[in-house]
Write a protein that binds this ligand. Structure first.
Ligand code: ADP
Ligand code: MG
Ligand code: MG
Length: 249
C-alpha cells in the first residue's frame, strides 16, 4: 500500500468548503510538494492529515490504517510527524538537551535528570545520531535560542525525526530563510527524507522542482493537477491557475 492515502477528503467550516474532495497517494520514499495560491487550503489539508482537524468527509489511511479523526499524538506515535507545529525548541536548553528531550518524548519518558543507566545510554545514543543527521555537531552545547534561524529550523526537524516517522509533513519549512539557508535546508531535507515519505508545502519553486518527485497543485481546496515536476511545469492549466510567473521566469 501507499505510505499515505487520502480518499475524497473534505473539510468545511460552517458554510465554507475549504477542502473539497482531495484524493492522494503518497508512495514510500516519495517527496511530494503541495503548491497553490495563498488560502487554497494547503495548511488545512496538513491539519487534517496530522489530526489537528477532523475531516468532514472522506478517508485518510496511514499505510492501511484509517487515521481520520484520531488525535495528533496517536497519529504521531503511528509514524506520521508534522514539523513546526507539534515541536518547538527550548531556547534555554542546549541543542543536545533539546534532542534528548525529543527522544524521551518518543518513548513517553518524563524529563528528569535521573534515569536508569541503560535508558540514559539509549537516549543519549539516539540524540547523538540526530545531532549528526541535522548537522549540528559543532553546536552541541549551544543554547537553542542562540542558534541562527535556519539552525533552529534544523533542530526542530531533528526533534521531529526523534519519533523516526515514516511520513514527514513540513509546512513552508523555508519560510523566512535567505537563499543560502534555503538551499542548505533543501539539501538537508533531501538527506533526511531518504527511507521516508515527505510532503511539503513550499512557495520556492526552485526547491519544489529540484527536491520533489511529484507535485500537486491545490486551488480553492481542490487538486487541479498532480504530476512530476516536468509535467507540472508544462501543464497549461497550472500555469494559468497559479504558476504563470514563477515557471515562466
Ligand atoms: P493555505 O495554507 O493554502 O494558505 P489555509 O489552509 O491556511 O490556506 O486556509 C484556507 C482557507 O481556510 C482560508 O480561507 C482560511 O481563512 C480558511 N480557514 C482555515 N482555518 C479555518 C478555521 N479554523 N475556521 C474557518 N476558516 C478557516
Ligand atoms: Mg497561507
Ligand atoms: Mg498555509
Amino acid at each position: 500500500p501507499a505510505a499515505l492515502t487520502l480518499r475524497n477528503v473534505s473539510k468545511s467550516f460552517g458554510e465554507a468548503h475549504i477542502i473539497r474532495g482531495v484524493d492522494l497517494e503518497l508512495q514510500r520514499g516519495e517527496r511530494h510538494a503541495f503548491i497553490g495560491p495563498n488560502g487554497a487550503g494547503k495548511s488545512t489539508l496538513f491539519h487534517l492529515i496530522s489530526g489537528n482537524f477532523k475531516p468532514s468527509a472522506g478517508e485518510i489511511l496511514l499505510g492501511e490504517v484509517p487515521i481520520g479523526g484520531l488525535s495528533p499524538e496517536r497519529i504521531n506515535r503511528m509514524g506520521l510527524a508534522r514539523s513546526f507545529q507539534i515541536t518547538n525548541i527550548f531556547p534555554r536548553l542546549s541543542v543536545f538537551e533539546n534532542l534528548r528531550l525529543g527522544v524521551m518524548q518518543r518513548f513517553g519518558m518524563q524529563y528528569t535528570l535521573w534515569r536508569p543507566i541503560s535508558q540514559y545510554r539509549k537516549v543519549t545514543a539516539l540524540a547523538e545520531q540526530l545531532l549528526e543527521q541535522v548537522r549540528l555537531v559543532r553546536h552541541r552545547d549551544t543554547l537553542g535560542g542562540e542558534l541562527s534561524y535556519s539552525e533552529q529550523r534544523s533542530l526542530e526537524i531533528g526533534m521531529t525525526l526523534a519519533s523516526d516517522p515514516k511520513v514527514l509533513l513540513l509546512d513552508e519549512p523555508m519560510a523566512g530563510m535567505s537563499r543560502e539557508e534555503t538551499d542548505y535546508t533543501a539539501e538537508l531535507l533531501r538527506e533526511l527524507s531518504v527511507g521516508r515519505s515527505l510532503m511539503i508545502v513550499e512557495h520556492d519553486m526552485d526547491v519544489v522542482f529540484s527536491l520533489c518527485d511529484r507535485i500537486s497543485v491545490l486551488v480553492y481546496g481542490q487538486v487541479v493537477a498532480t504530476g512530476t515536476p516536468e509535467e507540472i511545469r508544462n501543464n497549461a492549466q497550472v500555469q494559468e491557475a497559479y504558476l504563470g510567473k514563477e515557471v515562466a521566469a
